[in-house]
Design a protein around this ligand. Sequence first.
Ligand code: TYD
Length: 144
Amino acid sequence: AIADCRIHELPKVHDPRGNLTFIESNRQIPFPIQRVYYLYDVPGGSERGGHAHLALHQFVIAMSGSFDLVLDDGFTRKRVHLNRPYNGLYIPPMTWRELDNFSSGSVCMVLASAVYDEADYLRNYSEFMCRVHSQHQSEPTHRI
Ligand code: TYD
């Protein structure tokens, strides 16, 4: 659900020589990390994302600069701005996401719960909506 897409503040070791933030698999983030990837050299005005994942959990950090994420669980949409390397956004499975508004020189790092698998992607928004709403109807608490 969209309420689970939350910004987590990561530990920060303040130091006049430069601050330090650390992330441990399963500790600061709610899943074991199996993959790390990052977006960089993003041209101004670019949009990325435009998909959901069936099972993948992700944690997104603006390592440098800033960008926006538009998150959509099939019911509610929200825009989140990331601009601090000690904050991370958790994205659970079955969340449609779009990334835009990249500042120049920004770096978007993603920690993921599984290795890359194209079969885990939903790249069509109407298919995503169908899946979300059919799952929703099949949950016993939502039966009429
Ligand atoms: P994609 O996830 O669609 O990018 P974004 O959501 O950031 O716009 O991936 C873009 C391309 O990169 C796609 O062809 C698959 C490839 N890719 C990998 O090979 N490994 C990876 O870990 C990721 C995330 C993407």
